[in-house]
Design a binder for this molecule. Structure first.
Ligand code: FAD
Length: 347
């Protein structure tokens, strides 16, 4: 069945690569900066411009930042109606700007907000979207969106052959941020709200600051991570002790998050955070593809698992087969002894 809304568009009507620049509390999210390096690369391959799109309130002071990080221009939509963030309102603004300027590609960082907003934008524009990409390329003028399919150890190459813009997200830390260069110059286009804003559909009643981990997961050099094998939230107390001794932080698998033993922002993996520590200790984690995806940048992986056949051992540099309740106290004791002997320990 063909639907008029989804009929092929004239691709030559669309030009430019956009990166949606997410802001929060007066600063730009690092994940959006990282997307600018992807955007620059693809814009160069397509021989077109790269724009950062900022939608928010009191965000004018950030307008030059995307340019310092590689954009040729910035589209700025600064209006009090964009506070607080509502994905439907911000999403609609991006949709309307895209209808007006017709970019061929829109990149959105796969943050909590980005993941909520991107499908709304793609659906409203009746175009395709690929979430959680790990690489991009260009072939015959189409963006090639590369990502592992769910649960499979292979890479899918996805394209949006008939519709524009082509929309893709990538999770934080999958790409490196470009270098900041304050000497770069570019154009800043100040936009107005020329369209009707939708009802957000929800209301923010109260916002409370979550006590932030001293070292965020994506920047931690040492991570001690627990899975369903811990058996209960109590198991994490033991991991916290080990993490403290090593100067690291704790994290967990999705099963540990689903069980309510650890908050979602601590989840490592395909639908959690991608981490790149010097040392990753996986305790009671089986090593499912979706988990391993999040630790592929870890320098050293140590696995503690009671089952010698657990797949995590295939992805570990060191493996300890045994009950974590016996192994972890031994590790803590060993580290304390070595600290006393040698001073600080480094990964
Ligand atoms: P299990 O697979 O149940 O493994 C528990 C392990 O603990 C076992 O290997 C067992 O031998 C061991 N164990 C048991 N008792 C002990 C003991 N006393 N001492 C030592 N070891 C012990 N998962 C993620 O982690 N992150 C993601 O981002 C993620 N995204 C997903 C996205 C999709 C679309 C899907 C379908 C799944 C996703 N998952 C994700 C889930 C993933 O497939 C696995 O189900 C999950 O990672 C398993 O968690 P686990 O290893 O803690 O639990």
């Amino acid at each position: 069945m063909s639907c008029k809304e989804w009929e092929p568009v004239n691709k030559s009507d669309y030009r430019g690569v956009w990166v949606y620049i997410e802001t929060d509390e007066g600063s730009i999210k690092e994940a959006s900066i990282q997307m600018l390096s992807v955007g620059r690369n693809i814009a160069d391959k397509l021989g077109t411009y790269l724009a950062g799109v900022i939608i928010g309130y009191n965000v004018g002071h950030l307008a030059k930042e995307p340019i310092f990080y590689g954009a040729d221009k910035v589209i700025l939509l600064d209006d009090s109606r964009f506070h607080p963030f509502y994905s439907r309102v911000h999403g609609q603004a991006l949709v309307e700007l895209a209808r007006k300027y017709k970019p061929e590609v829109i990149f959105i960082a796969g943050t909590m907000r980005g993941r909520e907003m991107a499908p709304y934008v793609a659906n409203s524009l009746r175009t395709g979207i690929t979430a959680d990409c790990t690489a991009f390329d260009v072939e015959n003028g189409d963006l090639i969106q590369i990502r592992p399919p769910f649960g499979a150890l292979m890479l899918a190459r996805i394209r949006t052959p008939n519709r524009r813009p082509q929309i893709a997200t990538a999770r934080p830390n999958v790409f490196e941020a470009p270098a900041r260069d304050e000497s770069r110059k570019g154009e800043i286009i100040e936009e107005k709200v020329f369209f009707e804003l939708p009802d957000p559909g929800i209301r923010l009643i109260e916002s409370r600051k979550v006590k932030k981990e001293e070292i965020p997961l994506e920047k931690a050099e040492i991570i001690v991570s627990g899975g369903r094998g811990l058996g209960s939230a109590d198991g994490f107390r033991m991991l916290e002790e080990l993490a403290k001794e090593l100067g690291g932080v704790i994290a967990g698998s999705r099963k540990a998050v689903d069980a309510g033993w650890i908050p979602h922002e601590k989840q490592v993996g395909q639908t959690g955070t991608s981490v790149k520590p010097k040392l990753y200790i996986a305790v009671g984690i089986s090593g499912a593809a979706q988990h391993v995806f999040g630790i592929r940048e870890a320098k050293r992986v140590v696995a503690v698992n009671i089952d010698p056949g657990a797949p995590i051992f295939e992805n570990a540099d060191y493996g300890i087969v045994g009950n974590y309740r016996e192994i972890i106290p031994l590790l803590i004791e060993e580290i304390r002894t070595r600290k006393k002997e040698k001073g600080a320990i480094s990964p």
